[in-house]
Design a protein around this ligand. Structure first.
Ligand code: BES
Ligand code: ZN
Length: 413
């Protein structure tokens, strides 16, 4: 992976830092966090929450700002944006102002969205086509049921957030038990509370230095802090469950990829993309060649009459989006893929984009003006409120398998 020059423009000098905002008991800590978000998100949700430290311009012209915010107000702020503006209020959270500024300074999004990092091809039907018929809705449903029903919350700062991470690790280990070339580990991050991310690696049989990533987020959120009831069945047990089914199908058929393939369940996404940021920046710092990242965040709620799925148009790599469109048409017989703009930093593909890597995100079907599960970030984000079915996730699993087979390829050795 070649290094690119930083693309962020500091459009205004940093404003003087004000004293830390007084904070109550935070989600796991009473420390303030430093939030990088779109200026409009700051305006809609964060005004009055703390000192604005600097104003900047993002790679696509959005005005951004860094603000110091009490950690225990993050959930409430995100809810405000979802409720009032019917959109995602994405942000990155850091422990210190220096880290937030370094993130902005090192941001590689401008190149990551346009760069053709690899030449993508669609020529692995021999592997992908037989996989598609093996996807089982019941398996996805069972995993959503476990993740959303076993614990009150999967919040990163809760004890059950840790147990849920162990559960995913053990579930993935069981699927890979017969394979010496597959490893599953937990990756802790400095500001991820008690929750490590889970990373499963299938070592590439021919090109182990080239890495393909499929991810979803492990944690859940509801206003009320780390102990509030947050089943997170759609957001994002559905993504983890869909990934788990992709993994099951691929490993059941003895899949040996040419490239290294990694499945990730990220910690602490809901409180500022922390797990994915730690992992993506670590890959950048080690110079790992990541050829493509697919993320599944919210796959199981579908507004009546809506498309089965949508491709997120912003913070994503153009070439990889094109590949996903081709896969949708070739393997699912789909037409034009609907697009959804999710806004600055709405989910962890933005972490990979900021680290300079090509990333794309699939998102559930809704109306043209937005439209996604009205239950996210509440106690009502349950399987029951999705008709006790995971049928809507099935096309995501198929597209995930197509992505896996066409990016990972199949070893001829
Ligand atoms: N799954 C959502 C992302 C999302 C929600 C995208 C609705 C588009 C529409 C994600 O888990 C999330 O909640 N993101 C936060 C921001 C994040 C950085 C904390 C959000 O949308 O407020
Ligand atoms: Zn969410």
């Amino acid at each position: 992976m070649s290094r690119f020059a930083p693309q962020w423009l500091l459009s205004l000098a940093a404003l003087a830092a004000a004293p830390a905002f007084a904070s109550g008991p935070a989600d796991g800590s009473s420390k303030p966090v430093f939030v990088v978000a779109a200026e409009r998100t700051h305006r809609a949700a964060l005004a009055g929450a703390g000192a604005r430290l600097s104003t900047l311009a993002s790679h696509d012209g959005d005005a951004l700002a860094i603000r110091e915010v009490p950690a225990d107000r993050l959930a409430e702020l995100a809810r405000h944006v979802h409720e009032k503006e019917k959109r995602c209020g994405g942000f990155f959270a850091f422990d210190s102002r220096e880290q937030a500024e370094a993130f902005v300074r090192d941001d590689l999004s401008a190149l990551a969205v346009s760069a053709q990092a690899a030449s993508y091809t669609v020529d692995n039907q021999a592997t992908v086509t037989p996989w598609l018929a093996q996807v089982r809705e019941a398996n996805i449903r069972a995993t959503i049921r476990s993740l959303s029903g076993n614990w009150t919350t999967r919040h990163a700062a809760s004890a059950s957030g840790r147990v849920a991470s162990d559960w995913v690790r053990d579930t993935w280990r069981n699927l890979a038990a017969h394979r010496a070339d597959v490893s599953v580990e937990q990756v802790a991050c400095g500001n991820c509370g008690q929750q490590p991310s889970v990373v499963l690696t299938v070592r590439g049989n021919e090109l182990p230095g080239e890495v393909v990533v499929l991810g979803a987020h492990l944690d859940s959120l509801a206003s009320g802090g780390a102990s509030a009831g947050a089943p997170g069945a759609d957001d994002d047990a559905s993504g983890v469950a869909t990934l788990t089914e992709v993994l099951r199908v691929a490993l059941a058929g003895g899949y040996k990829p040419r490239r290294t393939v990694k499945f990730m369940a990220y910690a602490a996404e809901e409180i500022g993309l922390r797990g994915s940021n730690a992992i993506a920046s670590d890959h950048r710092d080690r110079g790992v060649e990541v050829v493509g990242v697919l993320q599944l965040d919210m796959t199981n709620y579908r507004t009546a009459g809506a498309a089965d799925l949508r491709l997120v148009g912003d913070n994503s790599n153009a070439g990889l989006q094109q590949l996903v469109r081709q896969l949708y048409s070739r393997y699912l017989g789909g037409g034009a893929l609907a697009e959804y703009r999710c806004g600055y930093g709405c989910s962890y593909h933005a972490s990979w984009t900021a680290a300079g890597y090509p990333a794309a995100m699939l998102f559930e079907g809704g109306t043209a003006t937005g439209g996604y599960s009205p239950h996210i970030h509440t106690r009502n984000d349950t399987l029951a409120n999705m008709g006790n079915s995971a049928a809507n996730s099935v096309p995501f699993a198929k597209l995930g398998l197509a992505f896996l087979g066409e990016l990972g390829k199949t070893s001829a050795l």
